[in-house]
Design a protein. Structure first.
Length: 69
């Protein structure tokens, strides 16, 4: 087990549970689980890119104000 998992056993347990859920959602087929996770990750990456563009565009137009505390 990696050292970072030993430092936070609760997080490691949650991660293992999430892995089990992903595999179970694909009827135990690990290749299908990996494929589904890659597709989901690609989707989320494209969403982040689009949101970054939208925020950048709005910031340039002065629609966002910075918070100075």
């Amino acid at each position: 087990m990696p050292a970072h998992s030993q430092a936070h056993p609760e997080e490691a347990d949650e991660l293992e549970a999430a892995v089990d859920q992903a595999i179970a959602a694909c009827d135990g087929d690990m290749r299908s689980a990996i494929r589904a996770l890659i597709v989901a990750n690609d989707f989320l990456e494209s969403e982040v890119t689009e949101l970054m563009k939208a925020v950048s565009h709005a910031f340039k137009r002065g629609r966002f104000r910075t918070y100075s505390g």
